[in-house]
Design a protein around this ligand. Structure first.
Ligand code: ATP
Ligand code: MG
Length: 426
């Protein structure tokens, strides 16, 4: 027996009914980024596995167990990108975009991670990534946060909390790591299983653990903030000063970390309590060491990534009204001449009003069945053309969303009448 084919678990179709939300978010993000001088870059979805191993790190969840890696026909090991920063940095080095110059870049597209699918966590998901190269001061970190705050407002999202922290330099973190491991080793039987494993591989990630016992143990552990070097401290204080001046609320969360050496100083996350366990909508920070680590010249860098599925879930759960893309007009036409006339009038109206959305019925059928479809299309008005109308060079206009008599308008007066209906003047 044949079974219909299904999409792969954790990889979703985005159906037309959800497209308005996606387009609203994508358009708003693009307009906001352009308002801050960012330019778009587009990278391939597939890169050499080596790139992700090196830039994300061997002992991270992503590289250890989440990558979609395969051999292509040449025997090269390739990977579907699990995130965008690695490819963006690779492209910048390859095309000399970051030697002695500032770049403000953004990109969007699907990312792939083999995680356990659940609400807000998928195997193909979408991110918008933002990266700034060539600036090391806290002013640009602050501006990235102002940009995101502006975007949440523009989207009409419910309040999110902003958490910030400083990781200091890698030397400071190395000293902290040593003391943290010594402390945790003394209590290793109280740690959850994952954290026990991380003690040897990536101990800073233990600070992230959701396990309550581990969290309690961490209350008395050494604190990263006590190890931070003076320059990083000043950088962080200045960042907080900028945020205060811009009236952006934030909490300093000393347990917010990234486990990798080329991350340093600023880290942040925007978190909502409206989406259950998957509450982080946007995360980012400074990675001043990565460009050099991947073979470029030393270049300071800071960036962030937002998860579009989570942003859209938040938007929909808050009932934000997004711009409607349903047609303005639906053309109902009976008879061969009327069908031809309907197509021509629709073309003429589209020429005259580039913003106008016109759906022509196509396919014939009774007036009754055509009107049913007109109604279902969400259109505001039906334009009605039959043999009579063709003869008189007239069109019937029928409001579909309010009780009103059908009116007749001559072909010649149609452009003006339609544009007045939608408040476009003429
Ligand atoms: P999490 O702790 O939720 O696994 P992460 O630290 O792995 O997140 P990042 O790599 O920082 O996430 O990615 C940035 C953002 O991308 C996240 O804050 C989230 O909004 C989104 N994101 C990450 N993984 C997924 C996924 N599997 N499905 C949907 N969105 C995701
Ligand atoms: Mg993850």
């Amino acid at each position: 027996m044949s079974q219909t084919l299904q999409a792969i678990r954790g990889m979703n179709d985005i159906l037309p009914e959800h497209s308005p939300s996606w387009q609203f978010v994508e358009d708003s993000v693009r307009a906001t980024l352009e308002a801050y001088g960012f330019r778009e870059i587009r990278m391939p979805i597939v890169e050499k596995t080596e790139l992700f191993r090196r830039s994300i790190g061997e002992v991270t969840d992503i590289v250890e167990k989440e990558m979609y890696t395969f051999e292509d026909r040449n025997g090269d090991s390739l990977t579907l990108r699990p995130e965008g920063t690695a490819g963006c940095v690779r492209a910048c080095i390859q095309h000399s975009l970051v030697s002695n110059q500032v770049q403000r870049l953004w990109y969007t597209g699907p990312m792939f991670r083999h995680e356990r699918p659940q609400k807000g966590r998928y195997r193909q998901f979408h991110q918008i990534g933002v990266e700034v190269f060539g600036l090391e001061g806290p002013d640009v970190d602050a501006e990235l946060l102002m940009l995101t705050a502006r975007l949440w407002k523009r989207l009409g999202l419910p309040r999110m909390s902003l958490q910030v922290n400083s990781l200091g330099t890698s030397e400071a973190r190395a000293r902290f790591r040593e003391d943290l491991v010594a402390y945790l080793r003394a209590h290793s039987d109280e740690l959850d299983e994952d954290s026990q494993r991380r003690l040897d591989t990536n101990p800073l990630r233990i600070l992230d653990s959701k396990d309550p016992h581990t969290q309690a143990l961490l209350d008395d552990a050494p604190r990263l903030s006590e190890y931070i070097d003076a320059d990083s401290r000043a950088h962080f204080d200045a960042l907080c000063g900028f945020l205060d001046a811009a009236a952006i609320e934030y909490q300093v969360n000393p347990r917010l970390v990234r486990g990798l050496d080329y991350y340093g100083r600023t880290v942040f996350e925007w978190v909502t309590d409206q989406l259950g366990a998957q509450g982080t909508v946007c995360a980012g920070g400074r990675y001043d060491g990565l460009v050099e680590y991947l073979g470029g010249r030393r270049t300071p860098a800071v960036g962030l990534a937002m998860g579009l599925e989570r942003l859209i879930a938040l938007l929909e759960s808050a009932g934000v009204e997004v711009p409607d893309a349903s047609p303005h007009l639906y053309i109902v036409a009976m008879g061969e001449l009327a069908q031809q006339q309907g197509l021509l009038l629709a073309e003429r109206l589209r020429d005259a009003m580039p913003r106008l959305r016109v759906l022509t019925h196509c396919g014939g059928g009774s007036f009754k069945s055509q009107f049913k479809k007109a109604d279902r299309s969400g259109a505001q008005y039906a334009l009605v053309i039959g043999d009579d109308e063709v003869r008189k060079r007239e069109v019937g206009i029928k409001a579909l969303r309010e009780q009103k008599e059908q009116e007749s308008v001559s072909f010649d007066a149609l452009d003006g009448t339609v544009s007045r209906l939608f408040g476009w003047g003429q």
